[in-house]
Design a protein around this ligand. Structure first.
Ligand code: SF4
Ligand code: SF4
Ligand code: SF4
Ligand code: FES
Length: 984
């Protein structure tokens, strides 16, 4: 800390702190149009001028130094600020009363008021450009644009999509997309960063326009008339009067606009934000304070919410009658569910029933599902979809370090010197987390290695891209480990102190020579040596991995190999290091944490541990089943074998997201009784006997746990749509129909029960999670959490980690003469999974209307395929018809199919092979043949998809180019000194 003087009063400041932040802390109101704390100094507006030791400086770009003397209210500083803001205003037509941005947080409005501007010295000058309306989610109005460059900074250096720039040299500068494209045909990924940080109405969500204000829904001509009226009274009345009128209107808005905090319902990054609503209309999503995301979102979190008010929502329970369903009352449906479950249990025993919880549901709902299974029905047949993706990563970490979760936070990933990404299309599957890597790589010299079959965005950005043969990651990871040991590059001091099993592990590496690995993986020895040396040279290494690793027949072993490599190189126990299996669904981490697993009660407490069981039995007042139950893969087999007769499935499109979908669907049609709970009539609902209408995340309270083990609260944004109910209420209703007598009035009571029974959650309470507060498990009884795991020891009784020996075996599903191509699959940025939620957002449907198969240019040339050619893919398990997209993202005989399709789901092609340890399907090991069909359609990717765009990377807003304009001078009296731009 150091001391500076602000307006004669001594203030404490942190070394290197920005002066503007210190001034803001004092409560002294200095204008700051272009400054946003999460963007850093952009320096385009000059409205933050203050005097420091006799010179005028931009407060945003000045870092404090000991003894600095700051005067904020000198005549020179005030004059400079007024002049600067006058220039800003000349870019903006001020008509607050009829503006949808008049919500109390408009920087232009508030600065006009702060500076008591009555009239502009420099009149407003319209720009010779049309409004750009070509993106489905937001629009740009050049006449409202201040040229502050916040949007450019956000796009270039936070989102790092590098779409935006400002043409400073042009006589009429404006914001440009891809250097001059329309927004709709640019590389813009609709993440919304630019819209979120825009300080005025130049960039606005279309869902706000005409909806936020009382007078803004007027027809265009009438609205223009109103704007003319506002401008007409300005010369006589001044802005003060106009602002007072607009503030009265703003006050009226407050009574009808609600701002409610929630957590994103899509991926596991855990972005949180306020949702603005007017009745049931969603005005906008406003990120800002989220601990994982700050101002960041991706297209889904920012804009993909049309499913909430979709006319397709289920609003009444349905009961099967023959081949049809009829509507039923809740009482009738619930009593039928209870009666049939009780009958089947009485006849066949509790283990003839299986329950599947949802990773889209809250922690509290997952807890109730497993309690319903164990304490009410009496079976451990309970699982969740982490079986399909995350279980192998969890197993690999349990084997080596003890906890099945990310070993640090997203901030650790950003701090690493080297990030290694294996089998993860991070920029599309975990977009906001990817921005932190892209930013660190672009601005802070972080190194990036990517190993993947596809040359996706992260691969293209990488310093080193490895393209191993499908399914061989374990081999090259182990070879790199062996090379590190053989060449004295392992961190022996760390191993000696913290790790057991070194000798046995070292022996297990014997077959993994560089030469053998290079041959099996199709990589060069040099590239493997380079990986090893980059890891050895880096002080802090994080490894990120996802389904490209886990969805293989040795996904657990490859996850283990990753953790072994980190242990070997001492990359645990320090900030900026560690293992990061990226969790797919918003609450896939929480679904397992809360015990929706066949072998574990909440908090990974084993069902076969009598002490654990007796604690739960005492609390729940029932005896509990002692042996592990069936996982969801085994449940499907058990249905085919006639052992599992009934199933209660919540929020899972299991009939098409489980692998070998034809086999799974066939199983569902054999069930004696099947209950499906969802918000839409999914494909899986088609097999049900009873369908129960649930509420989506915006209509309930609870908590989600993100990939960084972060527990966050979501609040009820909207009341449940009439006829639907939050899942926790429905599960309780089912339990009570089965005489459970649960009496939870609010999810906080469920969490209190969790905390009392689960050491990992001992200190979790809703009070500690108020608003944007969060906790990263394990949470001790005193409420202290662990953003970084393993600071004192590893999670084994002796505190030591384990190196786990591994062996390599070929994967069972290999291409042959009949099935000659390898088919990979995964997510697309715009859609979540099969798309049941995201297809309901019209703008997403426009940009990404269908799935497709990516074909390499070489294979396309050989088979005479072009964009839009229809092909039939046939595997050993099924077939689909799909259009081709020719792209160099894939190579040779490798195909890629995104999973966003209900009509042609990838899982009609995938097999029933699984990871030996966890039964996770080997989705990524599929061999197919491809028949070229005679029809050629449109390209499956419309021209408005961002993948056709041409980004324009630059260092940021490049304000220096503005300062070189002949019409630019620093505002205020002459002989000012401006400090040079600060490094970020
Ligand atoms: S990608 Fe598009 S929405 Fe995202 S910040 Fe850039 S221009 Fe804005
Ligand atoms: S569009 Fe960009 S440059 Fe224009 S006012 Fe908004 S943030 Fe500033
Ligand atoms: S989908 Fe993931 S990255 Fe996108 S806003 Fe939601 S949580 Fe964030
Ligand atoms: S706030 Fe714009 S230059 Fe400082």
């Amino acid at each position: 800390m150091l001391g500076i003087t602000v307006d004669g009063i001594i203030q404490e400041a942190r070394a290197e702190e920005r002066l503007i932040d210190v001034i803001n802390r004092t409560g002294n109101e200095v204008p700051q149009v272009c400054y946003h704390p999460q963007l850093g100094p952009v320096q385009t507006c000059d409205t933050c001028m203050v005097e420091v030791d006799g010179s005028l400086v931009r407060a945003c770009a000045t870092t404090v130094s000991p003894g600095m003397s700051v005067i904020t209210n000198s005549v020179a500083a005030n004059d400079a600020r007024r002049e600067a803001f006058d220039r800003v205003l000349s870019n903006h037509l001020l008509y607050c009363t009829v503006c949808d941005n008049n919500n109390g947080n408009c920087t232009v409005h508030n600065t006009t008021k702060l500076l008591a501007v009555e009239h502009q010295e420099i009149p407003f000058r319209p720009k010779p450009y049309e409004v750009d309306d070509t993106n489905p989610f937001y629009r740009y109005d050049p006449d409202q644009c201040l040229l502050c460059g916040r949007c450019v900074e956000a796009c270039q250096n936070v989102e790092v999509n590098e779409t935006l720039s400002i043409n400073w040299e042009d006589p009429n500068p404006r914001v440009l997309w891809d250097g001059g494209s329309t927004i709709g045909e640019s590389s813009c990924v609709s993440c919304g960063h630019c819209v979120t940080v825009c300080p005025c109405n130049a960039l606005m969500e279309k869902s706000m326009l005409g909806h936020a204000g009382f007078l803004t829904a007027l027809p265009k001509r009438a609205l223009k008339g109103m704007i003319d009226v506002v401008k007409g009274i300005e010369p006589e009345a001044g802005y003060g009067t106009i602002l007072r009128v607009s503030e009265a209107e703003e006050g009226m808005r407050e009574s009808r606009i609600r701002r409610t905090k929630t957590v994103c319902t899509y991926c596991g990054v855990g972005c949180s934000f306020d949702v603005w609503t007017k009745d049931r209309h969603i005005l906008k999503v406003e990120p800002g304070e989220g601990p994982a995301n700050g101002i960041s979102t991706c297209i889904k979190g920012k804009f993909a919410w049309d499913h909430i008010n979709s006319k397709d929502r289920l609003t009444t329970p349905l009961i099967r009658e023959g081949d049809k369903f009829r509507e039923a009352t809740w009482d009738e449906a619930l009593s039928l569910v209870a009666r049939r479950l009780a009958e089947i249990k009485a006849k066949n025993g509790p283990d003839s029933i299986g329950l599947i919880s949802s990773s889209k549901c809250t922690n509290e709902e997952s807890y109730l599902m497993q309690k319903l299974a164990r304490a009410v029905i009496g079976t451990n047949n309970i699982d969740n979809c982490s079986r399909y993706c995350q279980a192998p990563a969890t197993a690999g970490l349990f084997r080596t370090v003890g906890y099945g979760g990310d070993s640090g936070s997203i901030t650790d990933i950003a701090q690493a010197d080297l990030v290694l990404i294996v089998g993860s299309n991070t920029a599309e599957s975990h977009p906001v987390l990817a921005t932190r890597v892209k930013r660190a790589h672009k601005l802070h010299g972080q190194k990036l290695i990517v190993a993947d079959l596809r040359e996706h965005e992260m691969a293209r950005r990488a310093d080193l891209f490895l393209h191993p043969q499908p399914g061989t990651d374990l081999v090259w990871l182990s070879a790199v480990s062996r090379y590190l040991i053989d060449n004295g590059l392992a961190k022996t001091f760390f191993i000696d102190k913290w790790v057991k099993g070194f000798e046995e592990y070292r022996k297990s590496l014997e077959p993994f020579t560089l030469d053998a690995a290079a041959e099996r993986c199709g990589l060069s020895v040099d590239s493997l040596k380079k990986v090893a040396h980059m890891i050895a040279d880096a002080e802090k290494v994080c490894i990120l991995w996802a389904m490209g690793v886990t969805q293989h027949s040795h996904g657990s072993d490859t996850s283990t190999a990753i953790s072994n490599l980190l242990l070997l190189t001492g990359n645990y126990m320090r900030p900026g290091t560690g293992a990061y299996p990226l969790r797919g669904h918003n609450n896939v981490q929480g679904a397992s944490d809360l015990g929706s697993m066949p072998n574990n009660l909440p908090g990974y407490q084993s069902v076969d541990d009598p002490h654990v069981r007796s604690r739960f039995e005492a609390a729940w007042k029932v005896p509990l089943p002692k042996t592990r139950g069936l996982d969801n893969h085994q449940m499907v087999d058990a249905i085919h074998e006639g052992k599992l007769k009934a199933m209660y499935l919540v929020g899972e499109e299991m009939s098409i997201v489980d692998s070998n979908a034809n086999y799974v669907s066939d199983a569902f049609s054999r069930l004696e009784f099947f209950v499906v709970q969802d918000i839409f009539f999914s494909v899986t609902c088609g097999y049900a006997d009873v369908v129960l209408p649930a509420s989506p995340s915006l209509e309930k309270e609870g908590t989600f746990t993100s990939t960084e083990r972060r527990i966050q609260r979501l609040y009820e944004v909207l009341e449940p749509l009439e006829g639907s109910r939050p899942d926790w209420r429905i599960i309780q209703d089912v339990a009570n129909q089965l005489d459970a007598e649960w009496q939870y009035q609010h999810p906080s009571e469920i969490m209190a029960e969790v905390a009392s029974l689960t050491p990992m959650f001992a200190g979790v309470s809703y009070e500690k999670l108020e608003k944007y507060k969060s906790l990263q498990w394990p949470v001790a009884a005193d409420g202290s959490d662990q953003p970084l795991l393993y600071t004192k020891e590893f999670a084994f009784p002796d505190g030591k980690a384990r190196l786990f020996p591994l062996r390599w075996a070929e994967t069972p599903e290999q291409p042959d003469a009949e099935f000659d191509l390898h088919l990979n699959n995964g997510r697309l940025l715009e859609h979540f999974h099969e798309g049941n939620l995201t297809y309901r957002t019209i703008g997403i449907q426009e940009k990404t209307p269908d799935t497709f198969v990516e074909v390499s240019p070489e294979l396309a040339a050989e088979r005479r395929i072009q964009d839009g050619t229809w092909v039939r893919l046939t595997s050993r398990y099924g077939k689909v018809r799909v259009r081709a997209l020719v792209t160099d993202r894939v190579h040779g005989n490798e195909l890629y199919m995104p999973m966003n399709s209900v009509e042609s789901p990838i899982n009609r092609l995938t097999s029933s092979h699984t990871d030996a340890v966890t039964n996770t399907p080997a989705y990524k090991e599929t061999s197919v043949n491809m028949m070229v069909l005679p029809e050629v359609g449109e390209s499956p990717l419309p021209r408005t998809n961002s993948r056709w765009g041409h980004p324009t990377p630059q260092r940021g807003v490049e304000v220096e180019r503005k300062w070189l304009r002949s019409d630019y001078h620093i505002p205020g009296p002459e002989l000012v000194q401006i400090q040079p731009r600060q490094a970020r």
